[in-house]
Design a protein around this ligand. Structure first.
Ligand code: NAP
Length: 515
């Protein structure tokens, strides 16, 4: 019998055991630098002329690894292979599919420090952020395997005399999984495992900045006994293979996490019915955010400041859930800012391979440019009240930046920056603060710090976000504790890590037999 689902615990890296394990894992990963990882289609390894080069953001001349780069022809081949494999995989008993995913979770858990180390070098996560990403991947696999076992049973339905009736979930078909670089293990593994556990076959196109972690995850799936062709590894430029995968008439659904721009494009293209396509495609889209923390005049100011700094700058602000707007009721503005400005300079920035570093580099030179552009825009739109230094060298570091007195409709208060830049917005009172918080196109996460019960209740009802936090930070959702996903332009309202997630990858079938 399976133990009940529980979240993977985090280690304490100040203790010698976990710290030593992490250092050993970083050595292992360094010893595997600059290896080549081919595409995997139907179990076949395919090398390509072009390669995707994954570099360490803190030292771009340190090559983490290289992968093949899919052409449109190879993307087409991967979808066809997934379609052929689907006919066998959908017939595998749900409990057997679930056991393979559970086995993958066990392997991932055994290699969790190694995967954390890959995340440190490939996308510049601090030790704890990297471990949290890897632990979340284990959690997704553990939860979705259990959910598949639960959903394998017929659904309750009302008996009808003279008939035997049955309602069951069946899989959809071929899914395209398109993942982002910021949680390149957890999100990629979660979308892939949910789809495969539900009986679908998948083409995985990882983000081009982080394809190595995904290649390592393929090792886990193979070792777990997942048949060839169920999950196909197809790194490649989204700009050239994305449309091929999305438009393909054999694609049944697209599971995407990434920017609003790409998500909207996928949504539009998936709506078109192509020749030989027999279904309306389903899209499961998780997109960006412009997340706010509200602090009112009754809040615990120390807790609010700590929550804001952690949410705004953790992982260099590169979380969809990151706080990018701090909305403060006038009365406590100065007191709150005094504490925020005392905490922000304590964050350490450097190579996160070293213990004790809080913030690493941002993902690529494009991100550096974009964040600096927004800092310049912010200087025009408000008062720059804090900017950190950055480590010397050619690492892709950007300064932690706080801009005060920003108008609610300013660009830096409306557009997703995806970097360590916090806009502080003043509000007259709580009602005004809530109006400002809801005043963007997004609706992903949000937090309210307040001591007034009526306001906490009002936020529950009217703070229009998929993940609301009261008197705590707005990042760090845990699988099956805070199922994650946003409203409005933050996505299609799905909840990753929730108990209704797997149904998104299935369809219900009702069978009635006259007795
Ligand atoms: P992105 O630029 O949209 O890329 C995401 C994925 O889409 C990548 O694999 C990318 O491939 C691919 N892609 C690019 N163009 C495509 C096209 N025309 N057709 C199909 N796929 C295409 O996003 P990102 O920079 O990786 O990730 C950051 C964004 O993700 C932020 O907006 C963040 O808020 C959001 N995010 C949301 C959640 C959530 O749960 N709501 C979670 C994490 C991140 P290439 O890399 O090859 O371009």
């Amino acid at each position: 019998m399976l133990p009940p689902y529980a979240n993977e615990p985090y280690p304490d890296f100040t203790q010698p055991g976990p710290a030593a394990a992490m250092r050993t894992a970083l050595d292992l990963v360094a010893s595997q630098a600059d290896r080549y990882y081919p595409l995997i289609i139907g179990g076949e390894r395919i090398t390509t002329d072009a390669a995707i080069v994954s570099a360490n953001p803190v030292a771009p001349d340190r090559i983490v690894g290289r992968t093949g780069s899919a052409t449109p022809e190879l993307a087409d081949r991967a979808v066809r292979c997934a379609a052929a494999t689907y006919e066998e995989w959908r017939a595998v008993a749900p409990v057997v599919r679930a056991r393979i995913i559970l086995k993958a979770a066990a392997i991932l858990r055994r290699r969790i420090y190694e995967f954390s180390a890959w995340l440190v070098v490939e996308v510049s996560k601090s030790w704890i952020e990297a471990y949290a990403d890897a632990a979340e991947a284990v959690d997704f696999l553990e939860l979705y395997a259990r959910e598949m076992m639960r959903l394998a049973a017929p659904l309750p339905s009302t008996p009808s005399p003279g008939e035997e009736n049955e309602v069951r979930y069946v899989p959809l078909g071929v899914g395209v999984v398109i993942s982002p670089w910021n949680f390149p293990l957890a999100i990629m593994a979660g979308m892939t495992a949910a789809a495969a556990a539900a009986g679908n076959t998948v083409v995985v196109k990882p983000a081009s900045q982080a394809p190595i972690v995904a290649a390592k995850f393929m090792e886990v799936l193979e070792e777990a006994g997942l048949p060839a062709g169920v999950v196909n590894y197809v790194p490649g430029p989204g700009s050239s293979v994305g449309d091929v995968l999305v438009d393909h008439p054999l694609t049944r659904f697209i599971s995407f996490t990434g920017s609003r721009e790409v998500g909207v494009r996928i949504h539009e293209r998936a709506a078109k019915v192509h020749p030989c396509q027999k279904w309306l495609k389903r899209t499961i889209l998780e997109m960006g955010g412009k997340d706010a923390i509200i602090v009112d005049e009754t809040a615990d100011i120390d807790a609010a400041a700590a929550g804001a700094v952690a949410s705004a700058f953790g992982y260099q602000g590169q979380k969809c859930s990151a706080c990018s707007r701090l909305i403060v009721v006038d009365e406590v503005h100065d007191a709150l800012m005094e504490r925020v400005l005392a905490l922000a300079p304590r964050l350490t920035m450097g190579d996160p391979a070293c213990a004790g570093i809080d913030l690493g580099a941002v993902v690529d030179p494009g991100a550096v440019r974009k964040i600096h552009e927004y800092i310049e825009i912010g200087r025009q739109e408000g008062d720059l009240v804090y900017q950190s230094g950055v480590p010397e060298g050619d690492g892709q570091f950007v300064p932690v930046t706080i801009i005060d007195n920003v108008a609610p409709d300013a660009r830096i208060a409306q557009e997703e920056i995806f970097g360590p830049v916090l806009a502080v917005i003043r509000a007259r009172d709580f009602d005004h603060a809530l109006e400002i918080a809801n005043g963007t196109d997004y609706g992903l996460t949000g937090a309210l710090f307040s001591g007034i019960r009526a306001r906490l209740e009002r936020a529950r009802a009217d703070f229009h976000v998929g993940n609301l936090y009261l008197n705590r930070k707005c990042t760090g959702a845990l699988v099956d504790v805070q199922p994650f996903g946003g409203f409005n332009m933050s996505g299609t309202d799905s909840k990753a890590g929730g108990r209704d997630y797997l149904q998104l990858f299935m369809q219900g079938k009702s069978v009635a037999e006259k007795l």
